[in-house]
Write a protein that binds this ligand. Structure first.
Ligand code: SF4
Length: 272
């Protein structure tokens, strides 16, 4: 919205100040994988082959999508699982679309490995990562790295009532149910260009909270790797996992706890 394109934003993004901007849901200059491969080459040339190129995909038809994406030659593929959130998307899009991370990571890993691209294209998973346990499980299922969005926003104070804020009065919903990033009226000063609201965020204190969160996340993931007898979190593997429900077993393709049965996979542990 034009009201968010302040002079500062206009300068950073080469836009006219105060004018609404179109934000298309897709890139109009590519229609399929062939165009995408050309676009990646074009960006590589424009950035002098110095900047890694990442393709970010919503987790949907993961196996097919990742196979196609991998053939386009990115440096990494980023899968956004169903648990991922947004500060401004339509409610129905966040609640009723997507595939859970435990299923998406396994399918994406298989797609990359079958093309012989393990180690050449990194697999990054994002969506609902809140603690070191989530990190360890994502890596064990096959992610090379994880990305974090909303939980770091929380560390910045997103959706938290602070002394200066009044969520009910200012945006009409209690703290914890905000999702008003697109309005520019963020009560905690995180997602806003309003100079008065921005004063509610102290960048130094916020940076310390984010540091504490990331540091704790790392220590927790390391602890779980050690508990599995690993010296490196990247040595975690599906064999370190057990599923607690039939559904989890089927989606993650790991055995049901206390059995050697992986739901939906006949003789899985006798293969190979
Ligand atoms: S407007 Fe602010 S508090 Fe509300 S969801 Fe966005 S970042 Fe969080």
């Amino acid at each position: 919205m034009g009201q968010k394109v302040t002079d500062q934003v206009a300068e950073m993004r080469s836009l006219p100040a105060g004018i609404d901007q179109r934000s298309p849901a897709r890139h109009p200059d590519w229609l399929g994988p062939d165009d995408l491969a050309l676009k990646i080459e074009e960006i590589r040339e424009a950035t002098n082959w110095e900047i890694p190129i990442q393709l970010k995909l919503g987790a949907a038809r993961v196996y097919d999508d990742v196979r196609m994406a991998a053939k386009c030659g990115p440096d990494s593929i980023y899968i956004d699982g169903m648990e991922g959130s947004t500060g401004a998307g339509p409610h129905i899009a966040t609640e009723d679309t997507g595939v859970p991370g435990i299923a998406a990571i396994r399918q994406a890993r298989r797609a990359i490995d079958e093309l012989g691209l393990r180690g050449k294209i990194s697999l990054v998973y994002a969506g609902g990562i809140r603690n070191g346990g989530d990190v360890a499980k994502a890596l064990a299922l096959g992610a090379d790295a994880i990305a974090i969005g909303h939980s770091v926003m929380m560390a910045l104070n997103c959706n938290k009532e602070i002394p200066e804020s009044d969520f009910e009065a200012e945006i009409g919903v209690p703290a914890g149910r905000c999702y008003h990033c697109h309005t520019g009226r963020c009560p905690v000063g995180v997602a806003t260009q309003d100079p008065e609201l921005r004063k509610r965020l102290d960048p130094d204190e916020a940076a310390e909270r984010v540091y504490n969160f990331l540091h704790t996340l790392t220590l927790e993931a390391q602890m779980l790797a050690r508990a599995c007898g690993k010296t490196d979190i990247h040595s975690l593997e599906p064999e370190d996992l057990a599923a607690l429900t039939m559904e989890a077993s089927a989606m993650a393709q790991v055995p049901l706890a206390g059995t050697d049965h992986t739901v939906g996979v006949a003789n899985y542990h006798k293969l190979g």
